[in-house]
Every structure is written in structure tokens, then in C-alpha cells.
Design a protein around this ligand. Structure first.
Ligand code: ATP
Ligand code: MG
Ligand code: MG
Length: 604
């Protein structure tokens, strides 16, 4: 296996393993047991990471980066990764999203663990299972003088928080005694106060240069039914308070998140220190590390904006093959291997940058190049008639032909063989015939007068895997549209026979027999946006939707392609990589999606 390039996260983990930072951890019982850190056997996992999505939408390619980082590091360093639904916000969760996230992580090729349960058998964690512990932790902070109930209006709180370079102002409620605070907090919990009437705040430093340390709110009143805890609570922990506790209870060692959480790290550490001091948690506490989120050109990675595309009917659902969601990429023909390759290739850094969309496409091409069976499909068909066929081959004759499905089968294996037939009529691409050939054109064109007035013969080409043919002309309808291309077959030139090389040709063209070709719906996808940065700088991303992001054509495909199963991937020779649509493809009505073209042609 190739040596993985190092990055700052790998260096941190390697240094922790060397120093034995987490070697003393024990585990027993389940999270929520206040002292569970200190008991039991040594933790068999060398490191614990987690992927903590909020189940409020479908995962996208940015989440895929985070999944590959967290599960990948755990795998590479003898650790495990937890899947945790960060469901502390009562209003937004939905089981549809929960299930889609589980599917996405599994499909990408990863398995999560729990304390005491190995990957493969463990359930995901739910942050809402820790509400009792979080409440106890809040009471502990109050009793230790580290938290107070603030009853300023939200507006007063906002103004008094100050701004960058301008210190905040202490709340008049800040000097309440622990006993007063505890009583008031319990009234909050018991539903005696209205929504928004009070919050519990950590008591830290209203003059801190870091606004997040100016007595952040840690509990708020919110009368909302929670999908897990129902109406048990009318107060809910804030994310900044809940998240470090979730990590600690699951004995996470390296809590890896995106850069926007950098300013929250001092509070993360402050909270861990207070709860370890108070004996609610056992050291060593987890540490937070931040990496740059994925920004991909031509792509939007905000769940809210992706939801808007779905809700306004700009795309056909979350799994539309143009969507950067994991379900969308999957339906488009992306493979887990290609997405993992992409995550490796873009690496992990601490500074924001844009990754070119073609990097993602390149990874898919690279993965499919060796694996995808080849096949011929004619996307813009015109009929070619071999006018001498009946005479030289026999009336109505169909000649069997074959080609390997894989040009480079894996070492020690042989390629499967595709079978198809040629007869008097075949479909070719309309662009493979030119009545008046442009300079350098090597495909079919009819006889034409030479410089001295002599007629020059029509061009000869090979029908790939079939015969050499010579173009003799075409027929047209009243509008001048070409209805048929005419040619003659050169006998004894069939591919794979001794005469195959007797006539030299400059081009081989793709084709499908009229007798055994099958009609297929082919969905030709292009980028969803025509602007590389559709939502940068406050732009309205809906204005740069690419009007040509989907063109549906009726193609004719060779029989081996018509036998595809949903999700099978192919290279349609010369056109690109295609996938049999997971949802709509049926044996009696084949449907293929363009996954990626053969080479990067964007902007050329
Ligand atoms: P959104 O802001 O679109 O709602 P989110 O970041 O809030 O998305 P979460 O469900 O909270 O979504 O994300 C789960 C994890 O995925 C987080 O750790 C988050 O940092 C990470 N993540 C989200 N978007 C990206 C991205 N573009 N690149 C890398 N990681 C990401
Ligand atoms: Mg979030
Ligand atoms: Mg976000």
C-alpha cells in the first residue's frame, strides 16, 4: 500500500501515540455514567474520532471529506470512529435524514464503533441521549460559581456583549449567588419561565478579546417536542456546550472539525477543565482540531441552499445526479473509491482554498478506467446502409462480431467478451459523416471531384470490431437533412480475421447494428452552475444555474449495455463513463446517466 502523505492531523496523532497521551484511558459502562472514564479496562482503541452530523439534511461532498478524514485516521492509527447524530436542536431533525446519513457513511465504505462495541455491530450515537448528563454538568457549573441565569432581553445581551476591540459589559444578573442561580435554573427547567425569558450563561470574562469567551449562553428555554426525548425538556443545551460534552462522554481523543469552530476552542478547553476539576469527567479530555472545509468550484455545499434547489424544483430531488449530495454523486455514477481517492488527493490543510471540480472528475475517471466495461452507444444516430451487403454477404445475413469488455484486464485474468452482430444496416454518429469534409477529417465522406476533375473515391474507415467500409454517398429529405449514409462493405476485412489488415484505414468509428441495437434513454448531465463560485460574495446562486445541465437523448446501445443492471458502470467508447440509473433503469427500458466525460473538456 502506498505511503500516505503526512498532514498536520497525522502529525498530532502520531505525537500523541508516541507520548501516550491517551494511553491511560479506561472504559466501562455507557456514556452518561458520570464516572465511566475512570473505571474498567484500558480502552482497546488507540484513538477515537467522530463524525457528528446534524440530521437536518442530506450529506454532501464536503461531509464526505470530513467522513474520509475521521474514519480514515481512525483506520490508519488503530482507532475507531463514532457516528453521532448531533440532535440537540429539537426542531430540525427528521428520520429520513438519519437514514440517509447511515446509508451514505456505509456506502462510502466505513463502519462506526461505540465504547465496548466494535465497528460493524455498533449503533450510531445520539447526542440527545446525554441530556441528563448535560443538565447535571450545568448544575455543577452553577454550584461551582461558573454559570449564572441571565434575564436580560436578547437585545440587551447582544449590545452588552460588545464587539471586536470593544469590551463587553457585565450583566446585572452576573453577581447572583450560586443558590439563587440554581433555584432559577430549576425554574427554567420546570417550565416556570417563558421561551427566551432567560438563558444560562457560563461565567468567564466579558472583556475577553475572543467574543466566544464573553459569558456564552449554554442553555436556553425552548418549548419544542424533541424526536428522541419528546416533551421531557423545555430547556436545551447550546451546541457549544453540548458538543465538548458529547466528545468527552464518548472518550473521543481527537475532535476534528472545520475552521469556523477555531474561536470556540478556548471554550471547549475551558469547559473540559471545569468538568474535570469537578470530577464529572476524567482527564485526559478530548482536544479539538480544525481543518479547512472543502470548497469545490461550480458546487454549493450549504444544506440550506441545496434544500432550496430541491424545494423550488430546480433539480429532481436530493439524489438528482447533478446534486453534490452523496446520494446525488452515487446516482451520477461516482464510486466510493473515487470519493476516497478525492479526499486523499485534496489533503488536509488549515487554510481555505478552492478545489477545482475537475479534480473530483479526474478521480472518477481514474477509478473507472480499469474497471468499467466498454461498450458502443450511438448518441446521435443516423442510419448507414451497406448497399452491397446482400450481394457479398448473403441476403439478410447477420455476421457475429466480438470485442473484449476490458482492454486491460487485471493481471492473470482475461477480459469478458462482448458479442454483437453486423448486418446491412447499422447506426453511426451523425458527426461521423460529412458531405463536404473539413480539412483533416478522417471519417466518412463521399466521392468528390479531385483537382483535375477526376472523381476521387469516398473515404474508407473501419466499423470498430466489424468491417472496413467505403463511403459512396447519402440520401437527404426535402429540408436537406441527411437521412441515410451509403457505403459498401469491403469483404474479408473483419476485425480479428487474417484479412483485417489488408486495407489500411485512418479511422475506426463506433456503431451499433440496427438488428440488435437497443434504444436507451441517455441523460447527458453537465455542471449545475455555470459560475465557478455560484454563491460567493452574496451572489444569488439561482441566477447562475446552467440551463443546459441536463439533455435527454434517445441513444442506441449494443446488446451488452442493454443487459446492464442498475448502478453498473460502463465506458461508452469515445463518449465517456456512464452508469445505468439506480432508480429508473429497467431491462425493458434502459436509462443511463453520463457520469464523466473521457477527458476534461470543460471550458475548451
Ligand atoms: P450546513 O452548514 O450546510 O448545514 P453543517 O456543517 O452544519 O452543514 P453538519 O451536519 O453539522 O453540517 O456537519 C457534520 C460534519 O461535517 C461537521 O463536522 C462539519 O464540520 C463537516 N462539514 C460540513 N461541511 C463541510 C465541508 N464543506 N467540508 C468539510 N467538512 C464539512
Ligand atoms: Mg452544523
Ligand atoms: Mg455549516
Amino acid at each position: 500500500e502506498a505511503v500516505k502523505p503526512s498532514n498536520f492531523l497525522r502529525q498530532i496523532i502520531e505525537s500523541d501515540l508516541e507520548k501516550g497521551t491517551y494511553a491511560t484511558r479506561r472504559w466501562a459502562g455507557s456514556p452518561g455514567d458520570a464516572a465511566h472514564h475512570a473505571k474498567g479496562e484500558p480502552d482497546p482503541a488507540k484513538i477515537r474520532t467522530r463524525f457528528p452530523p446534524e440530521p437536518n439534511g442530506y450529506l454532501h461532498v464536503g461531509h464526505a471529506k470530513s467522513i474520509c478524514i475521521n474514519f480514515g485516521l481512525a483506520r490508519d492509527y488503530g482507532g475507531v470512529c463514532h457516528l453521532r447524530f448531533d440532535d440537540t436542536n429539537p426542531e430540525k431533525e427528521d428520520t429520513e435524514y438519519v437514514n440517509s446519513i447511515i446509508d451514505a457513511v456505509k456506502w462510502l465504505g466505513f463502519d462506526w464503533a461505540q465504547l465496548g462495541q466494535a465497528p460493524g455491530s455498533a449503533a450510531p450515537y445520539q447526542a440527545s441521549d446525554y441530556f441528563d448528563f448535560m443538565y447535571r454538568a450545568a448544575e455543577h457549573l452553577i454550584e461551582a460559581g461558573h454559570a449564572y441565569v441571565d434575564e436580560q432581553t436578547p437585545e440587551e445581551m447582544r449590545v452588552n456583549r460588545g464587539d471586536f476591540g470593544k469590551p463587553g459589559v457585565n450583566s446585572p444578573f452576573r453577581a447572583r449567588t450560586p443558590a439563587e442561580n440554581l433555584a432559577r435554573f430549576r425554574e427554567m427547567r420546570d417550565g416556570k419561565l417563558a421561551d427566551g425569558a432567560a438563558v444560562l450563561r457560563a461565567k468567564i470574562d466579558m472583556a475577553s478579546p475572543n467574543i466566544n469567551m464573553r459569558d456564552p449562553a449554554i442553555y436556553r428555554i425552548r418549548r419544542a417536542t424533541h424526536h428522541n426525548t419528546g416533551d421531557a425538556w423545555c430547556i436545551y443545551p447550546m451546541y457549544t456546550f453540548a458538543h465538548p460534552i458529547e466528545d468527552a462522554l464518548e472518550q473521543i481523543t481527537h475532535s476534528i472539525c472545520t475552521l469556523e469552530f477555531e474561536d470556540q476552542r478556548p471554550f471547549y478547553d475551558w469547559l473540559m477543565d471545569r468538568l474535570c476539576e469537578g470530577g464529572l469527567l476524567a482527564a485526559p479530555a478530548p482536544k479539538q482540531y480544525e481543518f479547512a472545509r472543502l470548497n469545490l468550484t461550480y458546487v454549493i455545499t450549504s444544506k440550506r441552499k441545496l434544500a432550496q434547489l430541491v424545494n423550488e424544483g430546480k433539480v429532481n430531488g436530493w439524489d438528482d445526479p447533478r446534486m453534490p449530495t452523496i446520494v446525488g454523486l452515487r446516482r451520477r455514477g461516482y464510486t466510493p473509491a473515487a470519493i476516497q481517492m478525492f479526499a486523499e488527493r485534496i489533503g488536509v490543510t488549515k487554510s481555505d482554498s478552492w478545489i477545482d471540480y475537475s479534480t473530483l472528475e479526474g478521480c472518477l475517471r481514474e477509478d473507472l478506467e480499469a474497471k468499467a466495461h466498454r461498450g458502443m452507444a450511438v448518441l446521435d444516430p443516423v442510419k448507414l446502409v451497406l448497399t452491397n451487403w446482400d450481394e457479398v454477404m448473403g441476403p439478410g445475413h447477420l455476421e457475429p462480431c466480438q470485442l473484449p469488455a476490458l482492454p486491460h484486464p487485471p493481471e492473470g485474468t482475461e477480459s469478458p467478451i462482448r458479442h454483437f452482430t453486423i448486418g446491412k444496416e447499422v447506426w453511426i454518429e451523425r458527426e461521423d459523416f460529412a458531405e463536404v469534409p473539413p480539412k483533416g477529417y478522417k471519417r466518412l465522406y463521399p466521392p468528390r471531384p479531385g483537382a483535375d476533375g477526376q472523381m476521387l473515391p469516398g473515404n474508407t474507415v473501419r466499423l470498430k470490431g466489424g468491417y472496413v467500409i467505403e463511403c459512396t454517398g447519402c440520401t437527404k429529405d426535402a429540408d436537406g437533412t441527411i437521412t441515410e449514409v451509403l457505403a459498401t462493405v469491403v469483404p474479408d476485412t473483419k476485425s480479428g480475421t487474417p484479412g483485417a489488415d489488408s486495407v489500411k484505414v485512418k479511422a475506426a468509428i463506433t456503431w451499433v447494428g440496427v438488428a440488435d441495437g437497443v434504444n436507451a434513454e441517455v441523460r447527458m448531465y453537465d455542471r449545475l452552475f455555470s459560475d465557478a463560485h455560484p454563491d460567493a460574495g452574496g451572489k444569488n446562486f439561482l441566477e447562475s444555474l446552467n440551463p443546459n445541465s441536463l439533455k435527454v437523448v434517445t441513444a442506441i446501445v449494443e446488446p451488452s449495455l442493454a443487459n446492464a443492471k442498475p448502478d453498473d458502470k460502463f465506458q461508452f467508447e469515445r463518449h465517456g463513463y456512464f452508469v445505468a440509473d439506480r432508480i429508473d433503469h429497467k431491462a425493458e427500458k434502459p436509462v443511463f446517466n453520463l457520469a464523466v466525460g473521457l477527458k476534461d473538456s470543460w471550458g475548451k
